[in-house]
Design a protein around this ligand. Structure first.
Ligand code: PMT
Length: 223
């Protein structure tokens, strides 16, 4: 794509998993590697944007020329996102944020209680992208929807519920195109309809998505 496509724009991207601590040595998390979000950050830099990448724990090196913010928990990602999104043009929620966190973090390592069942009490985490949309409605907002069934239907419902301009439906029941894979295939859904991007490397998909989203965000301003 044109290298100046996002010149002068500030794009904020979240990536990777969040980690929700149970005690000093244990946590709840998921299999997100950060590959999709980091590829989007790289593509946005190539398109000329100023990029803030807010990332949960990942093995990947921070891409060149991004403003990198490292976080662990969903609550930390929320704080970093609200701060970074204040003056941004586009917010892309690529992170796999844990929907729940332990109600309390034990100060000490939880001891094994013989053979008895241990029950964890979880409370919902704040919805980061919905909070960004509410606070900064002028920012062009893009969520992902990671689904294992009824992918398009659930993604459409999530777009409305979160109030985002656009949602990227990702069928994560297929190991080749979801968490920690090198390739992905998605459907981009917004008011104007669906666009299917078939399986390709996450790097190429990210470039194709950035080009589409740059154009869509310009069109959103005219409506
Ligand atoms: O990191 P990789 O290994 O490359 O894998 C990529 C991916 C599969 C993680 C990525 O393509 C993807 O689908 N990311 C979203 C994963 C997810 O958790 O989706 P969700 O359907 O649970 O969440 C929907 C959207 O709301 C997402 O944009 C998410 O960032 C956001 N969200 C979710 C929960 C929450 N509390 N706050 C949020 O902002």
């Amino acid at each position: 794509f044109e290298s100046g496509l996002l010149a002068g724009k500030h794009v904020v991207i979240t990536a990777g998993p969040t980690r929700e601590a149970l005690d000093p040595v244990r946590y709840i998390s998921n299999h997100s590697s950060g590959k999709m979000g980091y590829a989007l950050a790289t593509a946005a830099v190539e398109a000329g944007a100023r990029v803030t990448l807010i990332s949960g724990p990942s093995q990947l090196p921070a891409p060149d020329r991004v403003e990198f913010v490292s976080i662990d928990s969903a609550e930390q990602m929320l704080t970093a996102s609200m701060q970074a999104a204040e003056h941004c043009d586009m917010f892309i929620g690529g992170a796999a944020v844990c929907d729940y966190r332990p109600e309390a973090i034990s100060e000490h390592k939880i001891k094994k209680q013989g053979e008895a069942t241990l029950t964890l009490s979880l409370v919902p985490n704040p919805d980061i992208i919905a909070s960004v949309v509410k606070q900064y409605p002028a920012v062009y907002s893009v969520a992902f929807a990671a689904e294992t069934e009824n992918v398009l239907e659930y993604a459409r419902a999530k777009r409305v519920k979160k109030g985002v301009h656009c949602i990227i439906a990702n069928d994560v029941s297929d190991d080749h195109i979801g968490f920690n894979s090198d390739e992905n295939a998605v459907t981009i859904i917004d008011r104007s309809g669906d666009i299917r991007l078939d399986q390709r490397s996450k790097a190429q998909l990210a470039r194709d998505l950035i080009e589409l989203l740059a154009n869509k965000s310009e069109q959103a301003k005219d409506t």
